[in-house]
Design a protein around this ligand. Structure first.
Ligand code: PMP
Length: 409
């Protein structure tokens, strides 16, 4: 299987709803919707049928030049109709990282087309995660992903995640004539679930406009109902120049991502053979992936998982906050979207030598899958999780913390 990493594997055999089964037949609660993506839950027959139907109609034919396919066109129309972007245009890709590369290149290429080729610098935020392709690795807000890979994209820097003023100062330091775009997640996900004040994005949007910096929202985690709306950023009432999406667009049943760019950004390239955006990949707009996305969006709408998510957000918040009194827990972050982080104390992680990986392992041994990052345990369940399952998840996490605390007395 995976020839690079060694050691025993946890083989996931099948899944249904919010449950997984391993190859011993043991059952586990999926507390993370796999990697933040399985919003509609596992085992949806409707999605399998949509993919099968599409394979039997048109397996694949690449989208390049003037080639298109019906599922890609229909999906693009549908995404555009929901996007909080002015005059939206859709570029489809195969995942999140690829979409970040596309957005970053489009930002730079846009400025070049506007006779401002100096505008190349990309700014992101501490804790920001934008995939691990070339440009994404270069501007990631977590150093450990950048070391040991040699030279990175040079014109990139990171600012504190919650300060509009820090962004403005960085733009002025680099020089507005050199800055192409600012990238931000509505809520930072993989970096540890960090939400911002209600006014932050209004301020960001104003600063970006003032200095001619494109504002790119990375909604790879936050979209498709995880924040109770289509793209997460609607909660803050701003309209970015681009939105990057992936994951929940298909709930992971097929790999798909994309960029929604404003008409202004796309205009120099749209249907203009003389001035094209020389960028694209083989499987972009793959019809089976697009068919899965449309079927997934049908489910989100029909079951109104948007309203469900708003209720779940409050339920998860209340449940997970009950862990704040645990001696190993420094902080619980939750209440903005269906996601939470339980951060361990410096004492636990330092003097006592406890790792989040240990807590993860204890929880898994008790039948609950969480995600461990260096300081925190992350929770981001499928949006079909029940109240009883949330309760089970949180009480299992408490037992796991107790077990680890006891071992490290
Ligand atoms: N952006 C964000 C916010 C993400 O969370 C991720 C993946 N965790 C990516 C980009 C990269 O997506 P992918 O892994 O599909 O390349």
């Amino acid at each position: 299987m995976n020839k690079v990493s060694q050691g025993p594997k946890f083989v996931v055999e099948r899944a249904e709803g919010a449950w997984l089964w391993d190859d011993n037949g043991d059952r586990f609660l999926d507390g993370t919707a796999s990697l933040w993506y399985c919003n509609v839950g596992h085992g949806r027959r409707e999605l399998a049928d949509a993919v099968h139907r599409q394979l039997m109609t048109l397996d694949a034919f690449a989208v390049y030049g003037d080639f298109a396919n019906r599922p890609a066109l229909e999906l693009s129309e549908r995404l555009a109709s929901h996007a909080p972007v002015v005059d939206p245009r859709v570029i489809l890709t195969c995942g999140g990282g690829e979409s970040i590369e596309t957005a970053a290149k489009l930002a730079r290429r846009y400025w070049a087309a506007k006779d401002r080729p100096g505008k190349q610098h990309l700014i992101s935020r501490t804790g920001g995660y934008h995939g691990l392709h070339g440009i994404g690795t270069g501007m990631i807000g977590m150093d450990r992903f950048r070391t040991g890979f040699g030279p990175m994209v040079e014109d990139a820097s990171v600012v504190p995640h919650d300060s509009v003023r820090a962004l403005e100062e960085e733009i002025l330091r680099v020089g507005p004539e050199n800055v192409a775009a600012f990238f931000a997640e509505p809520v930072i996900g993989a970096g540890g679930v960090w939400a911002v004040d209600a006014e932050y994005f209004t301020g960001v949007s104003e600063v970006c406009r003032r200095y001619g910096v494109l504002f790119v929202v990375d909604s790879v985690i936050c979209a498709f109902a995880r924040m109770g709306n289509w793209f997460g950023i609607e909660r803050y009432g701003v309209r970015p120049d681009m939105i990057v999406f992936a994951k929940g667009v298909t709930s992971g049943y097929q790999p798909l991502g994309g960029v929604i760019a404003s008409g202004e950004i796309a205009e120099p390239f749209w249907n203009r053979p003389g001035n094209p955006f020389h960028h694209g990949t083989t499987y972009a707009g793959h019809p089976t992936c697009c068919a899965a996305a449309s079927a997934n969006m049908d489910i989100l709408e029909r079951e109104d998982l948007f309203t469900v998510a708003i209720e779940l957000e409050a339920q998860l918040d209340a449940a997970v906050r009950s862990l704040a009194d645990h001696p190993l827990v420094a902080e619980v972050r939750s209440g903005t979207g269906v996601m939470a982080a339980v951060q361990l104390t410096e004492e636990a992680l330092g003097e006592r030598g406890i790792t989040t990986a240990e807590v993860f392992a204890e929880a898994r041994a008790r039948g609950v899958i969480l995600r461990a990052v260096p300081h925190s345990l992350l929770i981001s369940p499928p949006l079909i999780i029940t109240w009883g399952q949330i309760d089970h998840l949180v009480s299992t996490l408490r037992s796991a913390l107790d077990a680890v605390a006891e071992r490290h007395q």
